[in-house]
Design a protein around this ligand. Structure first.
Ligand code: C5P
Length: 238
């Protein structure tokens, strides 16, 4: 999990995934399956990717009453994924039930998936958080608060932006995972993300894993783009 580069498979169908993965010549990857793909293809896409020896982050960002989230996580655990998430805004009880559900549903002999809490989406700015969520504290304070209740609930870490990862590690310890989307190379477009950073800044801030989507999936040469991100993330000069 630590030092991983996770590719966000933000595609509509498995056919698009097949043609994307063909460019990686069978390399074993850490892949994020989100709502778009999972709601179209269902558990079969997870089974297929696991058979190809990929690690899977199933990014469904659960947020519902504790009982529903617990039961859903029990079913998700049976898929054998490596990483899952919930919205920290769902509260401590909901998050604790998510972990209980995962433990209950993990097939014997297998490790339970790590579970992380979404703090504030990386597409949220401080101004929109204050105006739309009526959270009248600085964004960093809100993220740190969500991170601390996530830890209190027994989760393994958080989704946050690179810009907050250092403060979270300082407050909650090195073993608490920070998984950060909103990663761009200096030359990339930011698109709808707001709190963005480069792989180098992510490494310097002690981030556990970065998530990269469109900069790789929509690149003219996805494998080349993956290599560029990976080498900057690992601190290797090409
Ligand atoms: O294309 P891009 O690199 O912006 O993709 C980021 C991915 O990370 C998307 O799949 C998005 O859903 C996900 N994500 C995010 N912010 C979060 C949690 C997940 O951007 N807080």
């Amino acid at each position: 999990m630590n030092n991983s580069l996770i590719i966000a498979l933000d595609f509509a169908t498995k056919e698009e995934v097949h043609s994307f993965l063909k460019k990686f010549n069978g390399e074993s990857l850490f892949l994020k399956v989100g709502m778009e793909l999972f709601y179209k293809e269902g558990p079969s896409i997870i089974k297929e990717l696991k058979e190809q020896n990929h690690q899977i982050f199933l990014d469904l960002k659960l947020h519902d009453i504790p009982n529903t989230v617990g039961s859903a996580m029990k079913n998700i655990a049976s898929l054998g994924v490596d990483l899952v998430n919930v919205h920290a805004a769902g509260g401590v009880d909901m998050m604790a039930r998510a972990v209980e559900g995962l433990e209950a549903g993990t097939p014997s002999g297998m490790k339970r998936a790590k579970c992380i809490g979404v703090t504030q989406l990386t597409s949220t700015s401080e101004a929109s958080m204050q105006k739309e969520q009526l959270i009248q504290v600085p964004l960093l304070e809100s993220v740190l608060h969500y991170a601390s209740i996530t830890k209190e609930a027994g989760l393994d870490g958080v989704v946050c932006s690179t810009l907050e990862a250092g403060a979270i590690r300082e407050q909650l310890g090195e073993s608490f995972l920070t998984v950060t989307p909103g990663i761009r190379l200096k030359t990339d477009e930011v698109q709808d993300q707001v709190r963005v950073a480069t792989p180098q800044v992510a490494r310097e801030n002690g981030v556990s894993a970065i998530v990269v989507g469109r900069s790789i999936t929509r690149a003219e040469n996805p494998y080349k783009s993956y290599t560029l991100f990976k080498s900057e993330w690992e601190g290797i000069t090409l």
